[in-house]
Unconditional design. Structure first.
Length: 160
């Protein structure tokens, strides 16, 4: 019980405000990933051997790796903004894709990715959210509810 509580608190701190970590150096992401891997080993102490691969432990716990967690949170915020228009300060940053000609992509529920020349600008929500959103399969983007979107998104990220 104590291990589960400690893991819950630590995982919450790892997950807190992680969209701001998008685009940071891979060495910093690797540090966070090591913390998550150690946490998974602590939670599954009796169920794993020291030679067990960390990714299998994460999937056993249904935890996404840190880079995928970051994308998951941004994609969830994007879904809420596109579907419900909430929060308005984020939905105002997103523009639906409207091609100049009649194309099949009109029905794809895509977003326009703004031009950005700096790596710092590419970390912004207005750039990263449409990029992540457009990379998702249509079936995930067209999920009927937030719960089904999260479930489909997590399944997609585990499969990729």
């Amino acid at each position: 019980m104590a291990r589960a509580v400690a893991a819950s608190l630590t995982q919450t701190r790892l997950d807190f405000a992680n969209p701001v970590l998008l685009g940071i150096s891979s060495s910093n992401i690797n540090k966070l990933q090591r913390v998550q891997n150690c946490l998974a080993r602590v939670v599954l102490l009796n169920q794993s051997s020291p030679s067990t691969i960390s990714t299998s432990l994460l999937s056993l716990l249904h935890w996404l790796p840190v880079p995928k967690q970051i994308e998951f949170k941004i994609a969830t915020l994007t879904y809420q903004s596109v579907t419900f228009g909430q929060p308005t300060y984020l939905s105002s940053l997103l523009t639906p894709y409207q091609p100049h000609r009649s194309l099949h992509s009109v029905s794809q529920n895509l977003l326009t990715v703004p031009r950005c020349n700096s790596s710092f600008g590419q970390r912004s929500f207005s750039y990263s959210a449409p990029r992540i959103w457009n990379d998702l399969p249509l079936a995930v983007r067209q999920s009927p509810s937030l719960d089904s979107f999260k479930r489909n998104l997590k399944t997609y990220y585990f499969a990729s």
